[in-house]
Design a protein around this ligand. Structure first.
Ligand code: DX5
Ligand code: ZN
Length: 216
């Protein structure tokens, strides 16, 4: 299994130069491209939807990791997969029928992830962990880039790791929010497989170098 993966979040990219930024990521050591979709209902912010996804599909040579921060994600997962999503993650808090949504994503040919808000306990995943390809732990309250990392995430990584092992699950652990050069190594050490980084990558002078440094 490939570990220490970095998924730069397009939320912090320059939308006037999206093709350029995706091309920059194509040439970098980034493993995935993280696509944050917000609807202004599940989270108090609106980001973007299918038109941006089209641009990602057109230019990305990386694995496309779609994070849906929307209510009723089951209505849209098919379209995101049709537009090139390799992985679709839905929030535990947004799905009344989580098992059904996870099955739908996988039936349509993508990997399926479940996301937990900072206040949602890992134990809520007990009856879905064997079926998901990934657990995405929010280390900030979803909605905005550039927020402060919540320290309780380390504990949740350890709990998720235990849950995965005790269920013979193959799920990867991804951490999203406030990841930076100061905490990345410790997060990998704690058991994270994939780190999302928006601000930490795009606010630096040399994003490609920062991606490399995040893996050290
Ligand atoms: C937050 C998003 C994150 C965000 C991370 O709601 O899910 O993916 O872009 O941004 P940073 O890395 O700046 O905290
Ligand atoms: Zn995200």
């Amino acid at each position: 299994m490939k570990t220490k993966m970095i998924a730069p979040s397009l939320l912090s990219a320059d939308f006037g130069n999206l093709e350029r930024d995706i091309e920059m990521l194509n040439q970098s050591q980034a493993d995935w491209i993280h696509v944050d979709v917000m609807d202004g209902r599940f989270v108090p912010n609106i980001s973007f939807g299918f038109p941006v996804m089209k641009t990602v599909q057109k230019f990305s040579k990386k694995f496309v990791d779609v994070h849906l921060m929307i209510v009723e994600p089951e209505k849209y997962v098919e379209e995101f997969i049709a537009q090139g999503a390799d992985l679709v993650s839905v929030h535990y808090e947004a799905c009344i029928h989580l098992n059904r949504v996870i099955n739908l994503i996988q039936e349509k040919g993508a990997k399926a992830g479940v996301v937990l808000n900072p206040s949602t306990p890992v134990l809520m995943l007990e009856d879905i962990i064997a079926d998901v390809d990934l657990v995405l732990l929010m280390s900030v309250n979803p909605g905005f880039g550039g927020q402060k990392f919540i320290e309780n995430t380390y504990k949740k990584i350890a709990e998720t790791k235990d849950l995965i092992l005790s269920n013979n699950s193959t799920a990867l652990i991804e951490v999203d929010g406030g990841v930076n050069l100061e905490n990345a190594a410790r997060l990998f050490e704690a058991g994270a497989d994939v780190l999302v980084a928006g601000n930490a990558v795009f606010s630096t002078e040399n994003p490609q170098k920062t991606i490399e440094l995040l893996k050290l």
